[in-house]
Design a protein around this ligand. Structure first.
Ligand code: ADE
Length: 227
């Protein structure tokens, strides 16, 4: 999968993309991430990418020219499955959306700033708007990082154990069951016997029951979402 990220702050991505699962996915060549600094596409000498809103009002608006120039150049080089804009107005990111996006070959993610982007970008370039939650961030970069992480870990081959993404919370509309590791007895706090029993089918059953129990307690709304 190739991800092209258009941003005015490419540096924000350095650390989150340099460790752990995303790093492994990049090293294995499973994901190829490219950054495009919007200022490089600015057509004025001050490298501005924003301007005052027509009609007045507070805040600046991201201009269409640099965004269009960048997207047009990328589209000349390859075709894209989706041109995503991270915005609080978008559809809410959930596991289903992440699963779907993880099947794509090439995507563009545009990170918004200021009061937003010129509406003509939305109308003519953006194919999908995604929000990571019902709150407003200072910019789309953090949302893009969350979005990329949620997608990349689902691409086959990224996680060492293929089943581990399948047993994540949300993957089957249930939260993940509790997990334990050594020691089996920490100051009298014990690991449930069943997990030490070696009885695989009973362990699978126990885990399912615990998943249901945890979902009922912590996120009962998820059970009502079952299709
Ligand atoms: N940009 C600002 N807030 C955002 C949010 N909640 N989700 C995605 N992008 C955003």
């Amino acid at each position: 999968m190739r991800i092209d990220i258009i941003t005015i702050f490419p540096e924000i991505f350095e650390s989150p993309f340099a460790y752990s699962i995303i790093k492994r996915a990049k090293d294995k060549g499973i994901v190829d991430i490219h950054f495009h600094n919007l200022r490089d596409y600015s057509q004025n000498k001050h490298k501005n990418v924003d301007d005052y809103p027509y009609g007045g009002g507070a805040g600046m608006v991201m201009m269409i020219e640099p965004i269009a120039a960048c997207i047009d150049k990328l589209k000349e080089e390859r075709t894209y499955d989706e041109v995503i804009y991270t915005s609080p107005d978008g559809e809410l990111l959930d596991q289903k959306v992440a699963n779907h996006l993880s099947t794509f070959g090439n995507i563009i993610i545009l990170c918004g700033h200021y009061k937003g982007i010129d509406e003509r970008v939305r109308q003519n370039y953006i194919t999908r708007e995604i929000s990571i939650g019902n709150y407003v961030l200072s910019g789309g970069e953090l949302a893009a990082i969350v979005l990329c992480d949620s997608i990349i870990r689902l691409i086959p081959g990224v996680l060492g154990d293929e089943t581990s993404a399948l047993s994540d919370s949300f993957q089957n509309n249930l939260l993940a069951p509790p997990v334990y590791t050594r020691p089996a007895n920490y100051k009298g706090m014990l690991v449930p016997d069943i997990l030490l029993s070696g009885n695989d089918s009973e362990i699978v059953k126990w885990r399912y029951e615990k998943s249901v129990e945890r979902t009922k307690t912590c996120r009962p709304d998820m059970l009502n979402e079952q299709e």
